[in-house]
Ligand binder design. Structure first.
Ligand code: GLU
Ligand code: ZN
Length: 486
């Protein structure tokens, strides 16, 4: 039987790193096995539905270059792929269970349920349905139906015993039936299914062979197994994915940093770096290799190499990965990613002039080795396009020096700067070195004020290349401006 996997998001929130990891595993597993990857929208909780999260889902999949074979816009013969359009299926299967005596209608009013909850709270019992309607006589049920009383459909959970299933990653898992909340709702009074019914019915009808989802779903799986048994269906293989933690060993959350895919997109991470890094959260090829292209993953990904133990999300490592991918990327592509940012910040004209675009090209060497994320580029390049403001002139003053000394150094730079462009970097460096010696300061103490004059900051791209790109005249002008302020 050929592999069919599904990613089944509920459009109730933005895609986070855990969701991305799930769909990447779905997708690469399907590709590696020559199977199909389905996208199914689980929108049965209408109260929590929001359009923004649906848009975010598509934006995230598209950004990361993940294509589905079947889904709302791509019928593969198993549609519709949006659960709110499949209500007749859920109704049909809920009724089948009732007919076979495996489920029943519950007419309990919200008031009765509320009272039950209160009583259980007072007597410190766990909250759970008391199975009141499980024993209604057929006559009583018919009377309530005739009166049009609203009802839900509940599944009969056996009184005792154990449910077991084999998880492809974690091995055998068993739960005592008494730990499963008694007789859970399958179909709500408005005709919408609960997650459990919709998920089991759809995974069966869509012939899903493997279910990948986070370990937080393990508590639902025993119930799903009971449902598969009740229907007489064979369950898919379950693959519960390890947790993603921060470096402190706690579940990854906002406290650790960004957790939504969209945030990383807006910060200027490259999709291929994200895909590579996130796939490594719980999967490895061997113990050493770290870099994998999309195409390589479609061949190499395997279920056997998914780990049981939690994965640690390391923001620094991701940043490093991203940097590596930027260095390897086509320069024009990287420039085309930061040009719009520079236009938006008013650093470049809208649209950029020929001259500006030429300078963007020429200055690529300044940033290529330095970018961690695309969004660093405007800050690194701004000084080439705009006059700098010296908000804090004391930044120009090196340690163990004062403003007077700094001025002397800057003045000393002026005549070294003249003729700069006609000399090689080595010759220029030698001249600056000599000047530092004459002034009895270190080379660094000469370069720091010069760097601030040039860029307004103490951190900047390589100095000599920067001077060349900015031009001798503008450099001298900036040194004079800073001198006047000191
Ligand atoms: N709709 C569920 C979710 O939001 C799907 C869980 C599952 O994969 O079964 O994650
Ligand atoms: Zn009831």
């Amino acid at each position: 039987m050929s592999v069919r996997v599904r990613y089944a998001p509920s459009p109730t929130g933005l895609q986070h790193l855990g969701s991305v990891r799930t769909f990447l595993f779905d997708y690469f597993f399907a590709r590696a096995m020559g199977g199909k990857f389905l996208l199914r929208i689980e929108d049965t909780d209408q109260s929590r539905y929001n359009d923004e999260s649906l848009q975010d889902l598509y934006d995230t999949l598209n950004w990361l270059g993940i294509e589905w074979d079947e889904g709302p816009d791509r019928d593969g013969g198993y549609g519709p792929y949006i659960q709110s359009q499949r209500l007749d299926h859920y109704k049909k299967y809920a009724e089948k269970l009732i007919e076979e005596g495996k489920a029943y209608r519950c007419f309990c009013t919200p008031e009765r349920m509320e009272q039950l909850r209160e009583e259980q709270k007072e007597s410190k019992q766990d909250y759970g349905y008391d199975r009141h309607c499980r024993h209604l006589s057929p006559g009583e049920t018919q009377r309530l139906l005739d009166e049009g009383t609203p009802y839900v459909v509940r599944l009969k959970i056996p009184d005792e015993g154990e449910v077991s299933f084999h998880d492809e990653i974690l091995g055998d898992i068993s739960r005592l039936v008494k730990d499963i909340s008694p007789d859970p709702v399958m179909l709500k009074s408005d005709g919408f299914p609960t997650y459990h019914l919709a998920c089991v019915v759809d995974d069966h009808l869509m012939e899903i062979t493997h279910v990948f989802r986070g370990q937080e779903w393990i508590p639902s799986t025993p119930l799903h197994i009971i449902m598969y048994e009740a229907f007489g269906w064979e369950p898919p293989k379950f693959c519960h994915l390890p947790l993603i933690m921060g470096q402190d060993g706690k579940k990854l959350s906002k406290r650790h940093g960004s957790t939504f895919a969209r945030e990383f997109r807006l910060m200027g991470y490259l999709p291929e770096a994200m895909v590579n890094y996130i796939v490594m959260l719980g999967w490895s090829f061997d113990d050493t290799r770290e870099f994998f292209s999309h195409d390589e993953l479609t061949e190499l990904f395997s279920l056997e190499k998914i780990s049981k133990s939690p994965a640690v999300f390391d923001y620094k490592k991701l940043e490093w990965f991203n940097g590596q991918y930027i260095r390897q990327a086509d320069p024009e592509r990287i420039q085309s990613l930061y040009i719009p940012l520079m236009v938006a910040e008013g650093i470049l004209s809208d649209p950029p002039t020929e001259g500006e675009l030429q300078l963007i090209k020429d200055s690529y060497g300044l940033v290529q080795e330095r970018l961690k994320v695309i969004n660093d580029a405007p800050g690194l390049l701004r000084f080439l396009f705009q006059d700098v403001e010296y908000a804090d002139v004391d930044q120009a003053v090196p340690k163990k020096m004062d403003r007077e000394g700094t001025k002397t150094v800057l003045k000393g730079c002026l005549d070294v700067l003249s003729g700069f462009e006609g000399r090689t970097d080595e010759e220029n460096e030698e001249l600056f070195r000599q000047r530092a010696e004459e002034l009895e300061v270190k080379l660094g103490q000469v370069l720091q004020p010069l760097r601030v004059a040039l860029t307004g900051t103490t951190v900047s791209p390589p100095m000599f290349e920067s001077i060349r790109l900015l031009g001798e005249a503008k450099t001298v002008e900036r040194v004079n401006r800073l001198l006047a302020l000191l």
